[in-house]
Write a protein that binds this ligand. Structure first.
Ligand code: SF4
Ligand code: SF4
Length: 231
């Protein structure tokens, strides 16, 4: 659920309520907060509909109005296929299929008056371990993935690619292959993990690095990277 720049109507104070255009739902699913835990406990929102943005991954921050490394893990409603549009949004009817049970961030959003939504950003976020509080084996799997396949420092990555391309690309290649191997093994070991992969491990690292001008290609059994240096 994306906070949007103010439209001309909003700037002139002509919009004072939701006109149900659905645009906010096409900008990504809502981040989950402590209050939303009940929706998960009651299985109104299944974990397979969630995606995790791991701490340090780049994401749009409405407080700064730019993409930057996240300071905390964010678990949010997943998108549809390769799109970020919330999986509960129906573009034909422009309706939310869980409207009466939608998460806190959705209930709070007033695009014409975003103060309340902005106050929610980075506060009381639900983490994977919060959600998995009674499932120790899955908690352990998440911890092991975090320690075995840590995210690179994305803030310093552009400079590292400029200054030491060969070493940086080689390190990233090792990391994306380790991440993929870890996921494949976990999914082979458990059907449940396969359905909840995006929640348990976040987006595969080979997808995440592509926003840093890195082209991914297959070579034998491995993934390789090629950095497209900007001229
Ligand atoms: S909150 Fe704003 S962007 Fe979202 S549906 Fe309502 S009018 Fe559209
Ligand atoms: S849960 Fe409903 S209101 Fe919230 S982002 Fe998804 S479609 Fe929109």
């Amino acid at each position: 659920m994306g906070l949007l720049p103010a439209t001309e109507r909003q700037k002139k104070g002509q919009q004072i309520s939701c006109i149900q255009c659905g645009i906010c739902c096409t900008k990504g699913g809502a981040a989950l907060h402590g209050e939303d835990l009940l929706l998960l406990r009651q299985r109104l929102i299944p974990r397979q509909d969630l995606i995790t943005i791991r701490r340090g991954e780049f994401a749009y921050n409405p407080l700064t109005d730019k993409a930057q490394a996240t300071k905390a893990e964010i678990v949010k409603l997943g998108g549809t296929g390769r799109e970020w549009t919330c999986c509960y949004y129906d573009p034909l009817t422009k309706r939310c299929s869980i409207y009466k049970k939608r998460p806190l961030a959705c209930r709070t959003l007033k695009c014409w008056n975003p103060e309340e939504s902005l106050a929610l950003v980075e506060t009381d976020l639900l983490s994977r371990l919060d959600i998995l509080e009674e499932e120790e084996s899955l908690q352990e799997l998440v911890r092991t993935h975090n320690s075995t396949c840590p995210l690179p420092d994305f803030t310093s990555l552009p400079l590292a690619l400029q200054e030491d391309t060969e070493r940086t690309v080689a390190e990233l290649e090792a990391l994306i292959n380790r991440d993929l191997h870890f996921r494949n093994k976990a999914v082979d070991d458990s059907v449940l993990v396969g359905k909840e992969e995006m929640f348990l491990f976040g987006r595969p690292l080979f997808q995440v690095v592509q926003s840093f001008d890195l082209h991914v290609f297959q070579s034998g059994n491995c993934l390789r990277l090629q950095w497209r240096r900007k001229t």
